[in-house]
Design a protein around this ligand. Structure first.
Ligand code: SF4
Length: 62
């Protein structure tokens, strides 16, 4: 599974990094995906992060 962050939507709140720091990392105030593709063990946490993102900046494709 591949996760993406839209840098134009991300407000840099850090919630996704708190939820899954193995995949999301804040760089200069914007979340960046640092593991691509996302290994199976982190997919559930990434889906939680996507659902919880206040800016709906996270998306994924199978
Ligand atoms: S939760 Fe959403 S808005 Fe917050 S840092 Fe992550 S991608 Fe950006």
């Amino acid at each position: 599974m591949k996760f993406m962050v839209d840098p134009d939507l991300c407000i840099g709140c850090g919630a996704c990094e708190d939820t899954c720091p193995e995949v999301f990392k804040l760089v200069d105030g914007t979340s960046t995906v640092i593991l691509d593709p996302v290994p199976a063990e982190y997919q559930s946490a990434c889906e939680d992060a996507e659902f919880a993102c206040p800016a709906t900046a996270i998306s994924h494709e199978e």
